[in-house]
Design a protein around this ligand. Structure first.
Ligand code: ATP
Ligand code: MG
Length: 449
């Protein structure tokens, strides 16, 4: 290897994004809101591994799904020959864990998760190879009530985040027997229109014809619109379940449209399926997909256990949140500590710790390359830090047992510097930040209060 090669920059994996500090407050706002909404419905968090046995997804998702056919990061562990896969979704993992730990032994469970998922797709806006999902899985519930609750929970999340224009589409895909009867007619119909089918649809004609209904190819829309509708094949039980969901949604003023062509990508779904869609994200407009998956637990070797869940695409939702102009905490600190000289530095560390004890966010000036720098250059950093106050410790201050406190944020801040005895510094700054009854500037609120 040449010397040149050794110093070449290594860049990240294509389609896998770094989430930079500038975006961190947005993620925090989102995650905090999600956590509190899910908690308010009694959901408990579960954290499962990012790597699972390949067989879990092959069996759970179905061999002829997009994910299993072409999107999985699967590999052999060279240490022991295990077949492993980076999780492309987390319903399979959560159900595996629930079974493995017998979580539903004392009744149904409401679970939720958040974390990275991996799919080997063509990277584009709203479609990445590592992306994040927040999901909920309600395991052991049979009725339409939980389906409606999951949907209402999503609505509350959009509301709490201040997001508008996310539409709800629902459908019922019945049970396996109903789908089989529909499938026969559907294949016959597509065969009559074989000349209109694109390569993808041709391939799926006998393996997964339902997915053809989901096509985004404009040339096929008209033909697909007129195809036999699964809804017309539903029996009494499936229909009354679907009506039960709709009744609860109407009663709770959740607007929805029935999309008879809505199917979901995974094999394990039955009955209720739903998607939340927006027009504001171009062609990747689905921000959340979910539905009932009663057959899955049994497919994994458990006793028959009904279940329902959803997954939100976090990146797509954050793009919406950014566009909505939602204000979020710009992650500022309260105090920046400036110091010069050895004694002052020792004292500065003590003061900074005492301020942190009092609950403040404090950034200590630590020497960058080239040395600690002049007061002037340190004050520049203090300004740039977003702190509300600078605490200044120089040899003069140390000699008098004082520190100087400079207000950085207020409009009239220029030159406003006060000498404060060291033992009173915490009380003084806390008092300033909470305005201590004498402050008439409403912008002085401490950001964590
Ligand atoms: P699509 O039809 O867009 O491929 P999907 O049916 O594969 O979606 P799901 O498996 O239902 O998606 O995942 C739920 C949500 O996760 C999607 O609605 C979307 O918001 C998000 N999502 C799925 N794949 C990606 C990806 N590659 N990059 C970013 N977000 C994704
Ligand atoms: Mg997909």
């Amino acid at each position: 290897m040449s010397e040149n090669k050794k110093t070449e920059k290594i860049v990240g994996v294509k389609g896998m994004n770094d989430i930079l500090p500038a975006d961190a407050p947005l993620w925090e706002l989102f995650e905090n809101t999600v956590q509190s909404v899910l908690k308010s419905y009694g959901f408990q968090q579960i954290r499962t591994p990012i790597v699972e046995p390949t067989a879990l997804f092959a069996r759970g998702l179905g061999a002829v799904t997009d994910i299993v056919e072409k999107e999985m990061y699967s590999f052999v562990d060279s240490m022991n020959g295990d077949q492993l896969t980076l999780r492309p979704e987390n319903t399979a993992g959560v159900v595996r864990a629930a079974l493995e730990h017998n979580l539903t032994y004392d009744g149904p469970k409401r679970l939720w998760y958040v974390g990275p998922m991996f799919r080997h797709e063509r990277p584009q806006r709203g479609r990445y190879r590592q992306f994040h999902q927040v999901g909920a899985e309600a395991i052991g519930f049979a009725g339409p009530d939980i389906d409606a609750e999951l949907i209402m929970l999503c609505q509350r999340l959009w509301d709490d985040l201040g997001l508008e224009g996310i539409r709800l589409e629902v459908n019922s895909i019945g049970n396996a027997e109903e789908r089989n009867r529909h499938r026969t007619d559907l294949i016959a119909y597509f065969e009559q229109h074989k000349d209109l089918l694109d390569a993808d649809a041709q391939r799926r004609l006998h393996s997964n014809p339902l997915r053809i209904l989901d096509t985004k190819n404009p040339a096929m829309q008209e033909m697909v619109n007129a195809a036999p509708k699964l809804l017309d094949y539903l029996g009494e039980e499936s229909l009354s379940h679907f009506e039960g969901v709709q009744k609860l949604l109407r009663h709770n003023s959740i607007p929805f449209t029935i999309n008879p062509r809505l199917v979901r990508g995974m094999d394990y779904y039955n009955r209720t399926v739903f998607e939340w869609v927006t027009d504001q994200l171009g062609s990747q407009g689905t921000v959340c997909g979910g539905g009932r998956y009663d057959p899955l637990v049994e497919m994994f070797g458990g006793k028959p256990t009904p279940a329902c869940g959803f997954a939100i695409g976090v990146e797509r939702l954050l793009e919406l949140l950014k566009a909505s102009g939602e204000k979020f905490d710009p992650n500022q600190c309260d105090v920046y500590v400036v110091h010069q000289g050895e004694q002052a530095q020792l004292q500065a560390f003590v003061v900074a710790e005492r301020l942190r004890d009092a609950g403040l966010d404090v950034v200590m000036h630590c020497a960058p390359a080239g040395g600690a720098g002049s007061f002037k250059s340190q004050m520049k950093r203090a300004d740039g830090s977003g702190a509300s106050y600078a605490v200044i410790l120089g040899e003069d201050e140390i000699a008098k047992g004082e520190a100087s406190v400079k207000m950085l944020r207020a409009a009239e801040a220029g030159g406003n510097q006060t000498a404060v005895p060291l033992e009173q510094i915490v009380d003084y700054i806390v008092g300033q930040i909470t305005c201590g009854g004498e402050c008439d500037d409403p912008t002085h609120h401490h950001h964590t209060h």
